[in-house]
Design a protein around this ligand. Sequence first.
Ligand SMILES: Cc1cc2nc3c(=O)[nH]c(=O)nc-3n(C[C@H](O)[C@H](O)[C@H](O)COP(=O)(O)OP(=O)(O)OC[C@H]3O[C@@H](n4cnc5c(N)ncnc54)[C@H](O)[C@@H]3O)c2cc1C
Length: 244
Amino acid sequence: MPIVSAIGKDDIYFEFLSYSPWVFRRQVALTFQAGNIFLAGDAAHSFPPTGGLGLNCGFADVHNLAYKIALVHRGVATPSILSTYTAERRGVADSYSKQSVRNGKEIFTLLQSLNTAGVEDAMQGRKNMMAALADPAQRTQVEAGIESQREHFDNLELHIGYVYGATKPPPHASRYSPKFVPGARLPHCWISFPGHLSPEAQVAKSSLLPQGPLMCHTSRSLVQIRFALASGVPSISVAPTLGV
Ligand SMILES: Cc1cc2nc3c(=O)[nH]c(=O)nc-3n(C[C@H](O)[C@H](O)[C@H](O)COP(=O)(O)OP(=O)(O)OC[C@H]3O[C@@H](n4cnc5c(N)ncnc54)[C@H](O)[C@@H]3O)c2cc1C
């Protein structure tokens, strides 16, 4: 019985006070805002725990929302900035939810290769797994099952590679690519130019990047520059042609 297996002893008394069935599904709210009410975390999106993305997504929601509320509260941005919250966070939650469901389905491939799929007795499952791992005839299948979990456990592209406004999930959760576009996380890289230092390199070299919020805007976007000047948030202007 799973409860006894989880406790690890069969002489501990327990009784069920309540239970609710768990349904393997993903749900993302159509909007994260209604007037001055904002949804964040599992209230805005819930999906299977396969991938460990739920709380991470919730933290990033609140991080996104908090600085906007603070700017409005301080009078340096108009409330219209709050309407960017759904536009920015919903796409990320949607792609996390899809990846979590895919991971949940894929894990059955691994469980099958280890002969543990559908085995309720944890001890029996463990025995089956050890036998499968030790059996050279099953090696190829087991290795394929483990490889099928790559995007489940190695998913940096999901965590820091997303771009606000993207309409599709990344093609591969494990292949992180730094992006130098508005809406992306400022990528880390060392910039050097033979013979001279660009403004970006000077910033990087002298570690002038301020602590706290930093707005990175492309020199093409007047709206971003105006907002940066008005908000008082430290900002740097970058050239999108750098291609880093
Ligand atoms: C097995 C499992 C493993 C997971 N592993 C990971 C992981 O590795 N990494 C990761 O990022 N995420 C993981 N998650 C997901 C993560 O736990 C959730 O995404 C996260 O807890 C959601 O936080 P939340 O604050 O939005 O909601 P919750 O944690 O659900 O908090 C909501 C709170 O509101 C309270 N509440 C509800 N209704 C009311 C009410 N009417 N009045 C007052 N209080 C109320 C609830 O009691 C609860 O305390 C996992 C989830 C599960 C189930």
